[in-house]
Design a protein around this ligand. Structure first.
Ligand SMILES: [Mn+2]
Length: 333
């Protein structure tokens, strides 16, 4: 287990105070305190909002889960696991964390029903977007329902450019409501078809009405999981990229992954994505399109099984590395 805390570094307490954390009182700064419970456990200037290129926004919301529950524990588990990641990324040849990652406190939504909570989140997310001033918003869920308000607020914020959503998922979530809830995890995509086009990747469990929506809607492109797994054929990556517009919101349901990698999710479907092929695709997405926001949802941690939590934390860090890499590329041209 890497221990990144440098016991000889002076003034950690002062730095922590500067970024508004629970800093130790004066005179106790040099005791061996644990890393802060924020993304990567960062405690230097790179964790401050002013220095940040990306901002983590935990939304531990869960209300309409249909099968296995626990997604409300997802954000805390991701942050906890992230504290044990290595900061160096050999694919980037650097520590992407140095570009600054700020972690917001968890956002608590009203418990007066899913419709009220999702309306509230759309308003809050819009205000966060204004305050970020171009920093990448990274929302951690929570159930997939939270993506709809984020996508609606992002589409409004873009003002003109039609938003493309890249949805990595086992499910299409194109139901017109589910179990009486219009703003369900199973209907978030349907709720946003009026403001965004969709490219859905890794899909392998859908209902007949959802297939009818896919066939009817011009703005929905589906890459079935079967197409991703044809040996030696990465053509699906090109087809997905071609269907994406210039501005992309990435929503990543962790049930996209095969349950052998991530069993800790409400509805694990066999035949999902693997690690390196998925990263290869996402690196292209970040470099060939502009990702304007992203979320990672539906991790429901299993007590005693921390590998899935660690994988999802590492996924978030890889995505941030790709974002910073793409920003450098855009700055150079
Ligand atoms: Mn799903």
């Amino acid at each position: 287990m890497p221990n990144r805390r440098d016991p000889d570094a002076p003034g950690r307490g002062a730095e922590a105070r500067a970024i508004g954390s629970s800093a130790p009182p004066p005179g106790l700064e040099d005791l061996p305190w644990e890393l802060p419970h924020r993304f990567l456990g960062l405690d230097g200037p790179e964790a401050s909002f002013s220095e940040a290129g990306a901002v983590i926004m935990p939304v531990p919301y869960e209300s309409t889960t249909s099968y296995g529950g626990g997604a409300r524990e997802g954000p805390a588990a991701i942050l906890e696991a992230s504290r044990f990641l290595e900061l160096y990324d050999q694919e980037q040849g650097e520590e992407p964390a140095r570009h600054g990652i700020h972690t917001l406190p968890a956002l608590e939504l009203t418990r007066e029903g899913s419709t009220a909570a999702m309306e509230e989140l759309e308003a809050h997310y819009g205000r966060v977007l204004e305050a970020l001033e171009g920093r990448l918003p990274v929302m951690l869920g929570g159930e997939h329902a939270i993506s709809a308000p984020a996508i609606r607020a992002t589409a409004r914020h873009l003002d003109g450019d039609r938003l493309s959503v890249l949805q990595m998922d086992a499910h299409a979530d194109l139901r017109d409501g589910y179990e009486g809830a219009p703003w369900s995890h199973a209907s978030f995509a349907y709720r946003t078809l009026d403001v965004a086009d969709y490219v859905q990747v890794g899909i392998r469990a859908v209902s007949t009405p959802e297939v009818e929506v896919m066939e009817r809607e011009e703005g929905v492109r589906v890459i079935w999981a079967e197409a991703m797994h044809r040996p030696g054929d990465d053509g699906w990556m090109d087809r997905a990229l071609e269907a994406l517009g210039p501005r992309v919101y990435l929503t990543f349901d962790v049930d996209y992954f095969d349950p052998s990698l991530v069993p800790s999710t409400g509805t694990p479907e066999p035949g999902g994505g693997d690690w390196y092929r998925t990263l290869r695709f996402l690196r292209r997405v970040f470099n060939e399109r502009e990702v304007v926001g992203l979320d990672v949802v539906e991790l429901a941690p299993t007590p005693g099984l921390h590998a899935p939590d660690f994988l999802v934390a590492k996924l978030v860090y890889k995505l941030l590395g790709y974002h910073f890499e793409a920003e450098r590329g855009r700055a150079d041209t």
